[in-house]
Every structure is written in C-alpha cells, then in structure tokens.
Design a protein around this ligand. Structure first.
Ligand code: ADP
Length: 258
C-alpha cells in the first residue's frame, strides 16, 4: 500500500512542556487508523501536526514524498481535511453553506462556487445522510446531525486523508455506531485514509485497521487491534484495571473496566 503520510521521529512541545517525542508511522491509502490514549497523552496535538496547524520541532512529515511544510495552505487542504471539536461558527450558516466552505481549496480565481463545487457538496451531503438538512441552519441541528455535516464539509473538500478528533463524543450509542460505519465505509469506497482520535476503544477496535496507542507523548504500541488492545497494554497506558476478551459478534478485542 502506498503511504500518503509519513511521520518520522516527530517531536513537539508547548513552550517547555514536551508533549510528543519520537513519533514515527505511516498512513497508507484507504487505511483507517485509530489513535487511542488517555487525556493529555498528545492525541489532538498529533492530529494538529498532521494537518499542518502546528509544525513539528523535531522530525518531518511527508505527504507522499513532499514535506508538508512546503505546501501552501490551499494545496494542503486538497490533501488533508480535519474535523475537530473546535469548529465554531459565529454566524448562523446553513448546512449547504457550511459544506460548500469545504470547497475553498478548489475555487478558481473568482472565488465563486461552480457546478463542480455544488456537485461535490451534494455528494458529500448524500454520503453523510444530511441532504434533507441542506437548507437548515447549523445552529438548530442535534449533536449527531452537526457532526455529520462537519464530516460532509471535510468530504466536499475531496482530500486524501481525513483527520477526526473525537467525532463521537456527545453522541448516543446509535449515532456512535453510525459515525464509525460512515467513516470506515468512506475509507473503503473512496480509498480515503482516515485517522480518528477516539475514547471509544471498543468501536475503534471494531472499525479501525490499525490502532496507535499513545502514552505520555510516545507511541506505546502500533498495530492491528488484536496486538494493541490487550489487558496489559490498556492497563499500563490508562492506569486502570480492565478485562479484555473478544466481542462474540465481531471477534474483535473488547475492554471491560473491572
Ligand atoms: P489529548 O488530545 O491526548 O488529550 P492534547 O494533545 O490535547 O492531548 O494535550 C497534550 C498536552 O499538551 C497536555 O498536557 C495539554 O495540557 C497540553 N496542551 C494542549 N494544547 C495546548 C496549548 N494550546 N497550549 C499549551 N499546552 C497545550
């Protein structure tokens, strides 16, 4: 599989607080990677580095073979899209307007949306089952609907990699499952790579190809769910006693707090 993103020996800190060290891994085309780890382990910071919002203090990130730091913002946005909890809209934009914002890296000199942009936005609305909401204001949607619209905006951006920062927090069971299913089906059908930060260990176990378990800013383990989600590893990293068995329906590792 072709690597889309390559992180080599990345280090980062906020002032004197060193947050990430010696982070190295690749994201391949069409791959779903789950980033797990306790609060403060550096997950969001890692996503921000992969989106170019923050620049590494050590090491290098490549998009295919080109350093991420060489990309203009609009070119980078054609490669990587981020869906974070920090999406604040100061005005009451409609769903269609929000999704069309995702087209900004593709707009021509006029900066007006053309037929292609409308088509991409409509496809993204359809893929996320939000087309019926197109005329509604983002303000008046439920948490689950809003999350789906923000994913639609990222899809309309037509990137090769989508980064998601805890897209299932605040969602109930049904929407959590739907969100993971949506994200992974996008990966498989469009060859899109997805990196998802989550606190839902069991859902990540079920839907991600590989799991990166972060502990205090370093990679504790990276591998398929069966390799990473073990009682010893989860107990060590989360500092909490757990029992790990297999989900009888899926055969994937399942974590219970004991
Ligand atoms: P996680 O997503 O795993 O909870 P974060 O990447 O948000 O972890 O944070 C890792 C560490 O960096 C924490 O100690 C946090 O307090 C610190 N941190 C995060 N963002 C900032 C910031 N903007 N300025 C200073 N410190 C930060």
């Amino acid at each position: 599989m072709e690597p889309i993103l390559t992180l080599s020996d990345i280090g980062f800190g906020y002032g004197r607080n060193r947050v990430l060290a010696h982070i190295g891994f690749q994201v391949h085309a069409g791959e779903i990677i789950g980033i797990l780890g306790p609060n403060g382990s550096g997950k969001s910071t890692l996503l921000k580095l992969m989106d170019g919002i923050l620049l590494p203090h050590e090491g290098e990130i490549l998009i295919r073979e080109r350093p991420l730091s060489d990309f203009k913002r609009s070119d980078l946005a054609k490669e990587v899209a981020m869906v974070s909890q920090e999406n604040h809209f100061r005005f009451a934009f409609s769903v269609m307007e929000v999704v069309l914002m995702g087209r900004f890296p593709h707009l021509g000199k006029t900066q007006f949306e053309g037929k292609e942009d409308i088509k991409a936005a409509l496809e993204a609305l359809e893929a996320t089952h939000t087309d019926h909401l197109a005329g509604r204001s983002l303000d008046e949607l439920s948490g689950g609907e809003k999350q789906r619209v923000l994913i639609a905006r990222a899809l309309a951006q037509e990137p090769n990699v989508i980064l998601l920062d805890e897209p299932t927090s605040f969602l109930d069971l049904k929407y959590k499952r739907e969100m993971f299913r949506l994200i992974t089906s996008m990966g498989k059908s469009k060859g899109l790579s997805v990196v998802i930060v989550s606190h839902d260990i069991d859902l990540a176990s079920q839907y991600c190809d590989r799991i990166l378990l972060l502990n205090k800013g370093v990679i504790h383990k990276l591998g398929v769910p069966e390799e990473v989600i073990t009682a010893t590893d989860i107990e060590t990293v989360y500092d909490c006693p757990v029992h790990v068995d297999r989900n009888p329906a899926t055969g994937k590792p399942r974590v219970s707090i004991i």
